[in-house]
Write a protein that binds this ligand. Structure first.
Ligand code: OGA
Ligand code: MN
Length: 199
């Protein structure tokens, strides 16, 4: 197991070099299992809505572009697990803030569920009229995920791309304004938590 310092410094090196980073050692298994349970419970009890694109008045659901469902975390109403997650993200934010002088302030997160057959076409995360989103973060919660299950995050660096499987405990972060990416169609229900560090 790597030390937290090693994990963070490798993450920073990768972000600086490629604009994105991935680690499998960020969270402990018990915590991830509890978080998955909570997400599944919220999904089963209808507390998700179909995700859209754009912000404010421009927000719309376009299921040819994305077909996932989201549940936004409410910062005034966080569960104990959500608080723990946000605390760890806060530490990461402060580290990245120091490392890259990014001026990071707020954060926002949502649980995501991609039902079987769903996807999110190639895009960048930063909104056209709101430049706040600076670092995108995704934590995957899919146990026993295999290559056949699809649902990879495809990250583009110019002409080359890298496919990241959404396996349990994997954490990905990338520069929201630069990195084009997409979610390939998933063949199994796909669980994650996604968010942004903003300035
Ligand atoms: C997004 C997104 C990636 C993923 O929600 O904007 O690109 O792998 N998610 O879920
Ligand atoms: Mn995205």
């Amino acid at each position: 197991m790597k030390s937290p310092e090693t994990i963070l410094s490798e993450l920073a090196d990768s972000l600086a070099e490629k604009g994105w980073a991935v680690t499998d050692d960020f969270f402990i298994t018990d915590f991830l299992q509890e978080l998955l349970k909570e997400e599944m419970l919220l999904f089963k009890s209808d507390q998700f809505k179909q995700a859209g694109i754009g912000k404010g008045a421009e927000h719309k659901v376009v299921s040819e572009i994305r077909s996932d469902f989201v549940h936004w975390l409410d910062e005034d109403n966080l569960s104990e697990l959500q608080k723990q997650f946000c605390k760890q993200m806060e530490e990461l934010k402060q580290f990245l803030h120091r490392e890259f002088f990014l001026g990071l302030k707020e954060m926002e997160f949502h649980f995501s569920v991609y039902p079987e057959g769903s996807f999110y076409k190639k895009h960048v995360d930063r909104f056209q009229r709101d430049s706040g989103r600076t670092i995108s973060c995704v934590l995957y919660l899919n146990q026993d995920w295999t290559e056949n299950d699809g649902g990879q995050l495809r990250i583009y660096n110019n002409e080359i791309f890298t496919d990241v499987a959404p396996v349990f405990g994997r954490f990905v972060c990338f520069k929201s304004d630069e990195i084009e990416h997409e979610v390939l169609p998933t063949k199994k229900e796909r669980y994650s938590i996604t968010g942004w560090m903003k300035n």
